[in-house]
Design a binder for this molecule. Sequence first.
Ligand SMILES: NC(=O)c1ccc[n+]([C@@H]2O[C@H](COP(=O)([O-])OP(=O)(O)OC[C@H]3O[C@@H](n4cnc5c(N)ncnc54)[C@H](OP(=O)(O)O)[C@@H]3O)[C@@H](O)[C@H]2O)c1
Length: 250
Amino acid sequence: MACRDVEKGEEAAASIRRIYCKANVEVRELDLADTSSIRAFVQRLLREVDHLHILINNAGVMMCPYVKTNDGFEMQLGVNHLGPFLLTYLLIGLLKRSAPARIVVVSSLAHNAGWIRFHDLLSQGSYNSGLAYCQSKLANVLFARELARRLKGSSVTVNSVHPGLVRSELVRHSTIMSLLFSLFSLFLKSPRDGAQTSIYCAVAEELHSLTGKHFSDCAPASVAPQGRNEETARKLWDASSELLGIVWDH
Ligand SMILES: NC(=O)c1ccc[n+]([C@@H]2O[C@H](COP(=O)([O-])OP(=O)(O)OC[C@H]3O[C@@H](n4cnc5c(N)ncnc54)[C@H](OP(=O)(O)O)[C@@H]3O)[C@@H](O)[C@H]2O)c1
């Protein structure tokens, strides 16, 4: 379990061990809002393990006020897309060596309302917290599809997921969303149910070679047209690599 708050992570790990006493759960520090933390996490992981079969890029932040990550990226694009992009880049060698392996990118239905603002990717000119969230979730879908395309033939698959509307802490930054989520609380999924589509994509045997798809409710789901545009996906890939100062050709 890669968590920015190790204490909180240890509490979650302890609750897992209480239910499944044989569970082998380890907590490691990872702050996706800080590329040096991402690099330190991977360096440590590479010393500790020689196999990695599943990577679930789940962490996310929604509708926070305009703040920047340690590297100066707008927080939502930074944590939801650029951080996982760098993390996956640093782990891709290990995943390929461990193949068959799977990458799951947790996106959202909100990708439908997103578009990639290439002229102002980091919202420096203007910032709308809702649109920045939708942009970052569209970036998740585009990243998953482009990575799947590049990994064809490697036995490493990549799929994106909408987990459903889930009773979680995601809405913490938005009064309106917090109000709506508490009003409609009964209609929301529990965190346990919200995890099922990600778990399905990570382990379902019938998906062993399926890649580049989007899932919701443990079934294939449609992607908005802007999430299927290959040119946008390639352009976002190049822009993300440039922002992170990496060369990711394969
Ligand atoms: N809830 C929904 O209805 C819904 C709908 C569609 C999509 N999603 C997506 O589902 C994913 C999970 O969200 P959730 O609903 O479970 O929300 P959540 O309860 O707020 O969980 C988000 C997790 O991301 C972690 N995180 C935030 N910033 C981080 C950082 N800089 N570095 C490392 N970890 C960080 C949080 O850590 P802390 O615990 O330390 O804050 C938290 O554990 C997100 O990608 C979200 O966009 C959720």
